[in-house]
Design a binder for this molecule. Structure first.
Ligand code: ADP
Ligand code: MG
Length: 376
């Protein structure tokens, strides 16, 4: 293998030398190989020329795709090592078939293994090349890097799943409300008829009320609505969101404290959209603290009437190099994440002519700061 690659390089070197020196005519084979390699060297698609399992030449895009150098290609004994084992058998069959025709075969999805072990989703198509200098008939294989497309497809499937799950949950919430109404009504009725156990009735009524408000919040959030800008109290909006997330927080031993420097803060806004922002940001904060912790929400009124809300967690934090990626679609570090939450938050806050900033110290925690002007 090494010998073959060196042979190709030597062809290149000798033809370059000849050009620089006195005009010495290269042999036809040398100049053909040189011209061919020059032709494909800087093409944007990764291209490999190979004789069965043995790689003869790789262009720059190919080296980059596999994260290797020309020397490493030459050292590698078997080119198929770069193919994911699941695809080797099929690739051999496809190459055998393409040797019999001048037509390229159809692009087919497959996986490569780059140096370092990264698995790369690609599409691949091969064509035979006849009379390759010093070789005879060889194969030219072109790859298309489809990693981004794959990621987007997966995230779309995931978000579709979530929206279906959301719709179903909203339907279930609706179903819960009807029996709940009877339960609340009859508990109140019985309390007036029975002279003892009032403390139990009271507990039942408080708990039923809690279920009712969670269900109501949930339904309001799940229902798609057009922009509805009205005066709303931001303190109340945040309190309602806390009702919704309380259970999740308790399950993870997370405490959420709200410090507002006013009892109420009226604002022209879309209530449901802002709830969605706080649900997303608080859920991220809860998810960043797998082993308990404290989330502090600080709300400050500005003289202009605008509001600052700061959500501070004590979670894992965000590495510096990831900060610029936040809010980009599909950026997630979670196994079951969608990477859409923050993107939606940024959009909603922009729609309110506000601002959202995220700062973080890895290992210490993250602070999300949201500014909302008074009049949307
Ligand atoms: P998702 O929650 O589905 O991953 P988001 O858009 O809500 O999508 O968040 C994107 C990524 O930003 C998360 O996967 C996580 O890596 C990071 N992130 C967001 N908020 C926090 C936080 N409070 N603490 C640590 N990382 C966070
Ligand atoms: Mg999220």
């Amino acid at each position: 293998m090494r010998r073959k690659a060196v042979y190709c390089n030597r062809l290149l070197v000798s033809s370059v030398k000849r050009r620089l020196g006195k005009p010495v005519q290269p042999t036809n084979a040398e100049s053909d190989a040189h011209n061919y390699q020059r032709l494909i060297k800087y093409l944007p698609e990764p291209i490999f020329v190979h004789d069965g399992n043995e790689i003869l030449f790789t262009n720059q895009a190919g080296l980059k795709l596999l994260n290797i150098t020309e020397a490493e290609i030459a050292e590698n004994e078997r080119g198929f090592d770069f193919l994911h084992p699941d695809f080797r058998e099929r690739s051999v069959a496809r190459i055998q078939a393409v040797m019999l025709t001048d037509e390229p075969n159809e692009f087919l999805e497959c996986k490569l293994i780059a140096k370092g072990g990264e698995i790369i989703d690609v599409e691949v198509s091969s064509t035979r090349i006849r009379n390759y200098p010093g070789r005879g008939t060889v194969i030219q294989t072109v790859f298309r890097d489809i990693r981004d497309r794959k990621k987007e497809e997966e995230a779309l499937i995931q978000s579709e799943k979530l929206s279906v799950a959301g719709q179903m949950a909203a339907g279930i919430a609706h179903e819960i409300r009807n029996p709940l109404t009877s339960l609340i009504g009859f508990s109140k009725f019985l309390k007036t008829k029975i002279d003892q156990y009032h403390e139990y009735f009271d507990i039942m009524l408080v708990e039923l009320d809690r279920i009712n408000s969670i269900v109501q919040e949930f339904m309001a959030l799940a229902k798609p609505q057009a922009n509805q800008f009205k005066q709303h109290d931001l303190v109340k909006i945040i309190q309602n969101v806390l009702t919704l997330l309380e259970t999740q927080a308790i399950l993870r031993n997370v405490e959420i404290r709200l410090h507002a420097d006013a009892d109420s803060a009226e604002l022209l806004c879309d209530e449901n959209q802002l709830k969605q922002v706080f649900v997303n940001v608080l859920k991220n904060a809860i998810e960043a603290m797998p082993n308990a912790g404290l989330i502090t929400i600080n709300m400050k009124l500005r003289q202009s009437g605008g509001l600052w809300v700061e959500i501070v967690d004590e979670g894992v934090g965000i590495p510096l190099d990831q900060l610029p990626k936040l809010g980009g679609p599909f950026f997630t570090t979670k196994d079951s994440g969608t990477g859409l939450g923050l993107m939606i938050c940024y959009r909603i806050i922009e729609g309110h002519h506000g601002k959202m900033d995220i700062s973080s110290v890895p290992g210490k925690g993250t602070t999300v700061t949201i500014f909302l002007p008074k009049n949307g």
